[in-house]
Ligand binder design. Structure first.
Ligand code: NAI
Ligand code: MG
Length: 357
């Protein structure tokens, strides 16, 4: 089978790192005899918005739904388009309408990367943030009235459905159950958020009954964030609502070195729709154009894509493992981008990873 991938660069450094991701995925495909075909699209970008008044063409769903996956750079250019318009007009549409309800984000200290936390070595920090990706705090339910007056009133609801909560918890417990340490931590804030978070906690208790082998606990998001910094070694699988998961999955990579290494998968586990693979970071306007963005988050996301596409197939697994090994080789031996202490540019690192393969 030929796997068809929609490649969407988006904005800013998305345009710089995506080509390196494609380079490495193609090298891995060639090496392991996988048939992967990329088709590029220039929409889902702020440039497209400035020309057309919307982020994507009307038929975006029809165009993308037949692809096996979407390989996505980053979106957003706040000087030109407000962030909520660019994000809700593209990436959040993909996540919601393709029902990519799992946002899987590894947090791992890799060799060769200066760790901002003291006395940590590779292997000490190795866990997943499992972020709910379709509901929760990122809802479109709410409104603003009496705009511009003293009576101005703004309301935005968080949405927690049993279907939505249970399916993300199930994914997280399954993942924990498949890992050697079998530990799960549920992020909550049921002391302050007194309706939705107690509900979330109740569903965790209920789901845990089906996984007696998994040791689990719940932690309020404030202390949980502190422990990401102070005791990251204690985590194995961390499951969180949309907003909490978003925050934790920038904090995790910050504790293991740099946003430039943070990979993610937006999964529709049932495979009814294409899943989307993208770095956690955004378009980084502050460094765009200098070609110093670290492409490894994008490349690692490509490895996750092959792993998911293969669905257990040995060649795909081998391709994933080989990309990860090549990433580690390059992080140890160089070349490295400035965020991990080097002077190399984006292309040099991409080529080096492909070469190490
Ligand atoms: P950001 O992730 O783009 O940048 C945060 C900081 O990390 C910046 O200092 C940047 O230079 C650095 N950084 C990010 N990726 C890097 C890489 N690969 N190598 C080296 N350094 C890297 O977050 P920010 O500044 O809050 O957002 C910028 C734009 O991106 C906004 O429009 C925002 O809405 C959008 N955004 C999009 C996301 C996505 O497409 N998934 C995720 C986060 C933000
Ligand atoms: Mg984020």
């Amino acid at each position: 089978k030929t796997y068809r991938i929609a490649a969407i660069a988006g904005d800013g450094i998305g345009k710089e790192v995506l080509p390196e991701g494609i380079r490495v995925v193609e090298a891995a495909a060639a090496k392991f005899g996988l048939s992967i075909e990329f088709t590029s699209f220039d929409w889902a970008s702020c440039d497209y918005y400035l020309q057309h008044g919307q982020m994507m063409p009307d038929d975006w769903f029809e165009t993308l739904k037949g692809f096996d996956a979407i390989y996505f750079g980053a979106v957003g250019w706040p000087d030109k388009v407000p962030d909520h318009i660019s994000l809700w007009g593209s990436l959040i549409k993909f996540r919601r309408e393709f029902d990519q309800y799992v946002n899987l984000r590894p947090v791992r200290l890799l060799p060769g990367v200066p760790c901002p936390l003291a006395n940590r070595k590779p292997g000490d920090i190795d866990f997943f943030v499992v972020r709910e990706n379709t509901e929760g705090e990122y809802s479109a339910v709410g409104g603003r009235v009496f705009e511009g007056t003293e009576r101005e009133f703004v309301l935005q609801e968080a949405v927690f459905t049993r279907h939505g909560v249970d399916r993300i918890l199930k994914f997280a417990f399954e993942l924990a159950n498949s890992r050697p340490r079998k530990k799960l931590t549920a992020a909550t804030k049921s002391n302050g958020i007194s309706i939705s978070m107690p509900y979330w906690d109740e569903r965790v208790v209920e789901m845990a009954k089906a996984y007696p082998g998994v040791a689990w606990d719940k932690q309020h998001i404030d202390i949980l964030s502190a422990r990401f910094v102070m005791q990251p070694d204690r985590f194995d699988v961390v499951v969180a609502s949309n907003l909490f998961g978003d925050i934790l999955s920038d904090l995790g990579p910050a504790c293991t070195g740099t946003m430039g290494l943070a990979a993610s998968a937006n999964l529709n586990p049932e495979r009814r729709f294409p899943s989307l693979f993208e770095p956690v970071h955004g378009s980084a306007p502050d460094i765009y154009g200098k070609l110093i963005a670290n492409p490894i988050a994008m490349i690692w996301s490509g490895a996750m894509m092959l792993d998911f596409l293969g669905d257990g197939d040995a060649s795909f697994k081998a391709a994933h493992d080989a990309i990860m090994a090549a990433i580690e080789t390059v992080l140890v031996e160089g070349p490295r981008t400035p965020d991990v202490g080097g002077t190399a540019n984006t292309t040099e690192v991409g080529k080096a990873v492909a070469q190490a393969l």
